[in-house]
Design a protein around this ligand. Sequence first.
Ligand code: NIG
Ligand code: FE
Length: 391
Amino acid sequence: MSTRTTVITGIGSLVTNDPGHGTGPLGLLTDAAVVIDGDTVAWVGPAAQAPAADERFDAEGRALLPGFVDSHAHLVFAGDRTAEFNARMSGQAYSAGGIRTTVAATRAASDAELEANLAGFVREALRQGTTTIECKSGYGLTVEDEARALRIAAKHTPETTYLGAHIVAPEYAEDPAGYVDLVTGEMLDACAPHARWVDVFCEKGAFDGDQARAVLTAGIERGLTPRVHANQLTYGPGVQLAVELGAASADHCTHLTDEDVAALAGSATVATLLPGAEFSTRAEYPSGRRLLDAGAVVALSTDCNPGSSFTSSMAFCIAVAVREMGMTPDEAVWAATAGGAHALRRSDVGVITAGARADLLLLDAPSHVHLAYRPGVPLTAAVWREGVREV
Ligand code: NIG
Ligand code: FE
């Protein structure tokens, strides 16, 4: 049975992220066309050579790029933390403890409420060009609440992450070792069937290096692949642990020693930077430049959560990375697309090449550079996810 084909023609500037297709790491092509066959990209090349298709879409000279790959988000929660943000912007410091507020609200919410919230955020992200989104548990912190978070998340994305080790559950405040036993035992058993990844918040006030190692190792033994909240608020062992255990990514990477940077550069672990968190906690940004110059692979993600970074906008992250983190517009756009795909070990997204998933973002702009050049401006003209026009 043949599927319907669509040719998108008149693409003024096409980001393929395949250097074989065009110039630079973005594999840029001008005056290009893309053919979609069902849910897949079937052909990429100069508009003048485009094959015929069932349907034709004229991009009218605008820029087309792969849909954003947001490889770090916390979307299963209830309530918000407006008051905490407001206090912070009036001078209070951010600490890991604020997570408890969201844990209480999340536990009190029904499955339907949590799913409606999650679906709303996935849609909100999609409207802004995000076609792949990772989603963590971590606001339940009981066996049942963590398992239901992942069950709900798995209905909306295959990229689900078990983050039972977000903070020590309030019931275990006096017995953190007992909580680590729960996270590596009964809770892992309940969560592993619904998760692809295992994560831990390795930080002062959350889990130390030994506890983080125990959590990640237990997850690995259950077939999950590690990713780590590492070196966000302070220097610490998170990045080294991530590299040692072969984690797909070390996320945040805000406080890095030269040894941490070298470890990332010499490994397959992606450094995932989350500028929304520094923005919303009024903290120093990590240096994308330092990591890139050392040879590390860098991804950009939103960290969308109600506490430290309540944004679903990858365009915002790109703009901040360019303005504040020493990244060029090309590097930031790569990091938000192909970089996120690397962080999720996916080769079918984050690129526009024959055989890739037809996840495409058409901008209301002639160039991907406008994502940084026109900060805060809604530039989404159209979005295809798995070949379906969604926006
Ligand atoms: O990635 N760092 C740990 N977890 C989240 C914050 C969660 C919250 O404050 O609710 C983060 O920034
Ligand atoms: Fe996070």
